[in-house]
Design a protein around this ligand. Sequence first.
Ligand code: NDP
Ligand SMILES: O=C(O)C1=N[C@H](C(=O)O)C[C@H](O)C1
Length: 264
Amino acid sequence: MAEITRVVLSGATGRMGTTLARLVGEDDGMSLAGGIGRIPEAGCDIGCPVVATPETAGEWIRQADVVIDFSSPELLARLLEMHGEALAGVALVIGTTGLGADDQRRIDEQARRSPVLQAANFSVGVNVLLALAEKAAAALGTEYDVEIVEAHHRRKVDAPSGTALALGESVAAGRSVALADVRVDGRSGRPGERPVGEVGFHSVRGGDIVGEHEVMFIGERERVTLGHVAQDRALFAEGALRAAKWLAGREPGAYSMRDVLGLG
Ligand SMILES: NC(=O)C1=CN([C@@H]2O[C@H](COP(=O)(O)OP(=O)(O)OC[C@H]3O[C@@H](n4cnc5c(N)ncnc54)[C@H](OP(=O)(O)O)[C@@H]3O)[C@@H](O)[C@H]2O)C=CC1
Ligand SMILES: O=C(O)C1=N[C@H](C(=O)O)C[C@H](O)C1
């Protein structure tokens, strides 16, 4: 009989959590062990028991093959603090964005005990776009000004999006600079003339936009635009489940969608 991948969802009752629960339910190779989300009653709808805090999820985690987190920086931090040891050997797929330096440090520490795959965006298209942005930035150089524009639904709480920042990291890598040294979020007042090498970020929020990203390389007489439009968040959930199956059973370490997709 084929192996079943047992999944725990962190953020189970949210937009991504419920989409993931539906797709896991449709997949003969996966089963839901439990979920963490603030609305335990939602367990009936998503097809597995849900608890409101990670404290009581320890047993599920110990028995799981993979924990998939699309929640908030706060819940992810508590999960790692509370269950770092229970998670040893359990694969961890992280989609949560808006993380700070301390959150990232905790994730990197966990990657010494568990296989951890973190991605700001699980769509195949965006991961190809990240590679294209790096190539374009290297080829065009700083004669071309880079502006990154992203648009999301009105309920998104972090800005710029994780994907926009990942695109900025690609541009910075292509130019061999640190993003923190060239990043500018929006402009207002009299910021003065645009310095050479700056990477600008602009966030649009409204309605039900799933996720749109554009990287503009703006020269004196031409403009190169690379972009991606997500039309359905099942796109991200499918990518996360593909990553989960790929990751379960691997050695501890930090992995990326590049590894899953063989993008080098
Ligand atoms: N990497 C990728 O491809 C993608 C990443 N994302 C990211 O995933 C994250 C979640 O997105 P989305 O599903 O839209 O957000 P939602 O707000 O819809 O879902 C978040 C879920 O986490 C729960 N949660 C958050 N904080 C806590 C807490 N402290 N205790 C208990 N439960 C908590 C929420 O419960 P409650 O609703 O009750 O607050 C909810 O179930 C975001 O960071 C987003 O940017 C999103 C899409 C794709
Ligand atoms: O919050 C969202 O919805 C999304 N968040 C991710 C991000 O911050 O880049 C990925 C996707 O764009 C949807």
